[in-house]
Design a protein around this ligand. Structure first.
Ligand code: ADP
Ligand code: MG
Ligand code: ZN
Length: 562
């Protein structure tokens, strides 16, 4: 029997799929399978179940049979495997005559690593005989909940797999995969396929020891230096999007006496190794890095990961942020969010040479980062739901800890939503905001908006405020951004309910100061009468305090105790 080798598995992951690290649960499943243990893997949708048989298929000598319920799913997977240079074939009802026999012959001669088949096939005795001539090492059963009546998609032919697979004379290992996590379904699958009770790998996505924070409206460098000064004894990683930004931040920190080292792909392998070692052995406090930093770091006591710039997807963010707290101790994952960073990444995608479908996916993933930064939901929950799981609010992310009051903003939301509708859902955030503001830019004037009753109905707002509101409405799923190069705003069902007055919208607001305070003389005078003053500091909106004199007066009136 062959033995699992982690370096080989990582190399294959990188070479064929371009990923640096396994997702939660993947490696555990893959190693069990390669070592010949029948295994059930339960992972949320999007968790990366396919990898759990694709990597073993590449590591094992013989053929991997993949049982998959839908022809369309099969075809997608086979096509993308071929694109990556992994030979794969499929047998389903869409294959006829010669093609069918040719595929069988190719499978027999190991011209494929993976052969996808529909479950019905295995009920056919003639087909089973053909299978007996193939060097099968692994049978993977995707969407394995289909064999349980307790699942949501029962298929009788899946149930038959339990009888059919043991007849395969090469005695292949079996791996079953599903996103359905109920114990009844798991038990059915294991009983049916002869998987030992304990050979189950189940992953949720929540990282209980991480506190997520989204911080907006700060200068990243100011924030970082303040943070480091109050966390002097702790190690962490600071991620930036570009090599030049990495260098700038590193130099900035070094000048201020922080032990920091930069890390990116332009450094030599030796320099990178040295930086990594310095970090691992606590000779430097922080590594400032691009996403090149990650592969193979196993420092467990990383206390914080700060993203000075927004990564391109929730997947990337979670993976990078997840490098904090591997030892299980409380750690922080902080995103310093700026809209401009999303804009920067959009231009990279615009300029990339990837095909249209790929770029659309990238734009879409990026929009999810915008939603993450603008949601008022628990950040941990937001991420877990993104990956198809669920969890309770964490109670310690920046949203869970946000104590500001919620205000009813239904009217404002209706203004925005109706403007989107009036513009026939053909425009993106910038244009919609300009129309609401009543801007008279060339583009807007050319649009001939005389008929559009929403033109200028939010005159009193700044463009930035309107755009922020739109981001919030999109993050809260009242609006949807269509993926693609031009993120057109569309109304969702939820948004429609708001327009019809069936649903209310709330938003957290700063308690004292709602907007940029315009300190006119009248306000100033009134505050003085009340013996109040407006205070400002760099990182917060202006707030109101008692004047020194008022405080002194009050203190004098306090009873003395001695
Ligand atoms: P599932 O079947 O569990 O719903 P998939 O196998 O379709 O999920 O994978 C979902 C996405 O995750 C795919 O785009 C896949 O390429 C990606 N993915 C899988 N494993 C990894 C990994 N280790 N790192 C990054 N992305 C991954
Ligand atoms: Mg799948
Ligand atoms: Zn939370």
């Amino acid at each position: 029997m062959r033995e699992y080798n982690t370096d080989q598995a990582h190399a294959l992951l990188k070479e064929y799929f371009g990923y640096d690290e396994f997702r939660p649960g993947q490696e555990e499943i893959i190693s069990a399978v390669v070592n010949g243990n029948n295994t059930l893997g339960i992972m949320p949708t999007g968790g990366g179940k396919s990898m759990c048989y694709q990597i073993p298929a590449l590591m094992m000598d013989g053929l991997t049979i993949v049982v998959s319920p839908l022809i369309s799913l099969m075809k997608d997977q086979v096509d993308s495997l071929k694109e990556m240079g992994i030979p794969a074939g499929m047998i389903n009802s869409s294959l006829e005559g010669d093609d069918f026999f040719e595929t069988i012959r190719d499978a027999r001669n190991l011209k494929y690593k993976l052969l996808y088949i529909a479950p019905e096939r295995l009920e056919n005795p003639a087909f089973m005989e053909m299978l007996q001539t193939m060097p099968i090492d692994l049978v993977a059963i995707d969407e394995a909940h289909c064999m349980s009546q307790w699942g949501h998609d029962f298929r009788p032919s899946y149930l038959e797999l339990g009888n059919v697979i043991p007849q395969i004379t090469t005695n292949p290992t079996v791996v079953a995969l599903t996103a359905t996590a109920t114990p009844k379904v798991a038990l059915d699958i294991k009983n049916n396929l002869g998987i030992p009770a304990n050979n189950e790998v189940k992953t949720g996505f929540a990282r209980d020891n991480l506190s997520f924070k989204v911080i907006k409206g700060v200068q990243p460098r100011d924030y970082i230096i303040n943070y480091l000064r109050s966390h002097e004894k702790e190690s962490g990683i600071i991620y930036a999007a570009t090599r030049s930004e990495v260098d700038r931040i590193a130099v900035f920190l070094q000048k201020l006496g922080i032990k920091a080292k930069p890390y990116h792909a332009q450094h030599t392998a030796e320099e990178r190794q040295e930086a990594q070692d310095d970090f691992t052995f606590d000779r430097v406090q922080v590594i400032v890095a691009t996403n090149a930093f990650g592969m193979g770091i196993d420092k467990s006591n990383v206390r914080f990961v700060i993203h000075a710039q927004t990564p391109g997807s929730i997947e990337a963010y979670y993976q990078e942020a997840g490098r904090a707290g591997r030892d299980g101790l409380e750690s922080e994952a902080i995103l310093l969010y700026r809209d401009a960073d999303i804009g920067l990444r959009r231009t990279w995608i615009d300029a990339s040479e990837a095909n249209e479908a790929h770029r659309t996916r990238e734009y879409d993933k990026l929009e999810w980062m915008r939603r993450y930064a603008n949601t008022e939901d628990c950040l941990q929950q937001f991420i877990v739901r993104y990956f198809g799981g669920d969890c309770e609010p964490c109670g310690k992310c920046s949203n869970c800890l946000d104590e500001r009051d919620s205000e009813d903003i239904t009217i404002e939301a209706q203004k925005v939503l109706s403007c989107v509708v009036r513009l026939n859902q053909r425009f993106g955030k910038k244009i919609v905001a300009q129309v609401l503001k009543g801007s008279s830019t060339q583009r807007i004037l050319e649009m001939n908006l005389d008929e559009v009753t929403t033109y200028g109905i939010m005159k009193a707002w700044t463009l930035k405020e309107i755009e922020n509101l739109i981001d919030y409405l999109a993050a809260s799923q009242y609006l949807m951004t269509q993926s693609g190069q031009f993120p057109t705003l569309l109304l969702t069902q939820k948004g429609l309910a708001v327009l019809k007055g069936q649903e209310k919208v709330t938003r957290k607001v700063d308690r004292i100061v709602e907007k940029e305070v315009e300190v006119d003389n009248e306000l100033f005078e009134r505050l003085r009468e009340l013996r109040l003053e407006i205070a400002r500091d760099q990182n917060t909106a202006p707030f109101i305090i008692f004047s020194d004199k008022a405080l002194k007066d009050m203190c004098e009136k306090l009873p003395t105790t001695d």
